[in-house]
Design a protein around this ligand. Structure first.
Ligand code: GLU
Length: 306
C-alpha cells in the first residue's frame, strides 16, 4: 500500500494522517476500514496518526458516542499520537478564518432557510419543467438571492434579530482562484486520479457558519488539517467532491493543500453505503456478537495488510 507517488504540494516532512469521525452515532465497518488504513499508513511511513472528533453539531454529538469511538478504536488496535482534538473546543479558530473571508468581502449573510431554498427549487421545477441544480450531496443549490442585498439592509435585518447563515460568494472566490487542482492518490467515483481539477461551483454558495452551529464541516476541516499539519487526508470516496470546496477554502485562507486519497466504501448487503443508524454493521454490535479484531479486519478486506 502506497499513497505517495506523483505531484505533491506538501513537502516530505514527517507524514501526518488523521481519522476524523463525528461522535453522533456508532462507528461501522466503513469507519473501521478508514481508521485501520490511516493507522497502518502512518506507522509504515514513520508518520503520525491523529484522532479528531468532528463534533461541531452539539445537538447531535455526545461524549458518550466519543467514548464508544475510543473503545472501538482500542479494540481495533488503533492508537493515536497526541491528545484527541475536539472541534467544539476550537470554535474561535474557525471564527478567525471566517473573519479573514469577511474582511476580503468573500462571504455574505443569507437569510433564506433551507426550507425556503427547497421550496424555491421546487417552484422553479414546477413552473419551468427544468431541473434545479443540486450539490453533490443532493441538496438544492442556494439561489444566491441575498448576495445582492445592500450593506444597510443586511445590517438592519441582523440588528432585528433575523437568523442567517454566512455563505461563501463562490463566484467571487473562483475569480481569485480559477484553476485549483489536488493530488488524488486514490480514486474518485468516476475513476479520477492523479492531478484532479477542483470544481467548487458544484457546491454553489456553500455555508460556512450558521446561527446554531458556528462553523461548517468544510471550514472546520480545512482549518484543522492545516493547524494539525496533516499531510495526507485518507477518507471515504463519499467525501471526494467535498475536496473541491476544501481546496477553494485552503487557497482563500493561504493554507497548504494536503495529498488526498479517497478510498473504497464498505457497502452493506443491499449495495448501499453504511449508515450510523444501521446497527447490524456497527463495530459495537459486531463485538457484542463475539467478533474478534481479526474477524473485522477480514470483513473489511484488510487481511494481511493491517
Ligand atoms: N467527520 C467526517 C465524517 O465523519 C469525516 C471528515 C473527513 O475525513 O474529512 O464523515
Amino acid at each position: 500500500m502506497d499513497i505517495g507517488a506523483g505531484a505533491r504540494e506538501v513537502d516530505n516532512a514527517m507524514p501526518v494522517f488523521r481519522f476524523a469521525p463525528s461522535p453522533n452515532g456508532e462507528l461501522h465497518l466503513g469507519h473501521a476500514y478508514s481508521a485501520l488504513l490511516n493507522h497502518r499508513l502512518a506507522r509504515d511511513n514513520q508518520g503520525k496518526f491523529l484522532l479528531r472528533l468532528e463534533d461541531i453539531d452539539l445537538a447531535r454529538c455526545s461524549l458518550a458516542y466519543e467514548e464508544q469511538i475510543v473503545e472501538d478504536l482500542r479494540f481495533l488496535g488503533v492508537d493515536w499520537d497526541e491528545g484527541r482534538r475536539r472541534q467544539s473546543e476550537h470554535f474561535e479558530r474557525y471564527a478567525e478564518a471566517l473573519d479573514v473571508l469577511k474582511h476580503d468581502s468573500l462571504v455574505y449573510p443569507s437569510f433564506m432557510t433551507r426550507g425556503e431554498v427547497r421550496r424555491t427549487a421546487e417552484r422553479f421545477e414546477e413552473e419551468t419543467a427544468e431541473p434545479w441544480p443540486h450539490d453533490p450531496d443532493g441538496v438544492p443549490l442556494y439561489p444566491g438571492l441575498d448576495r445582492s442585498l445592500s450593506e444597510a439592509e443586511r445590517d438592519e435585518r441582523i440588528a432585528a434579530g433575523e437568523r442567517f447563515a454566512w455563505r461563501l460568494d463562490t463566484s467571487a472566490a473562483l475569480a481569485l482562484h480559477p484553476d485549483l487542482t489536488w493530488y488524488e492518490g486514490g480514486e474518485g467515483p468516476n475513476g479520477e486520479t492523479g492531478t484532479v481539477p477542483a470544481d467548487p461551483s458544484a457546491w454553489g454558495d456553500f455555508i460556512l457558519a450558521r446561527h446554531d452551529i458556528p462553523t461548517s464541516y468544510h471550514l472546520a476541516v480545512v482549518v484543522d488539517d492545516a493547524l494539525q499539519g496533516v499531510t495526507d487526508v485518507v477518507r471515504g470516496r463519499d467525501l471526494f467532491f467535498s475536496t473541491s470546496a476544501h481546496r477553494l477554502l485552503q487557497a482563500l485562507l493561504g493554507l497548504p493543500a494536503p495529498r488526498y486519497h479517497h478510498h473504497d466504501l464498505i457497502l452493506g448487503d443491499d449495495g448501499r453505503k453504511l449508515s450510523k443508524s444501521a446497527r447490524d454493521t456497527s463495530i459495537r454490535s459486531l463485538r457484542a456478537a463475539g467478533m474478534t479484531r481479526e474477524d473485522i479486519v477480514r470483513l473489511v478486506g484488510l487481511e494481511g495488510l493491517v
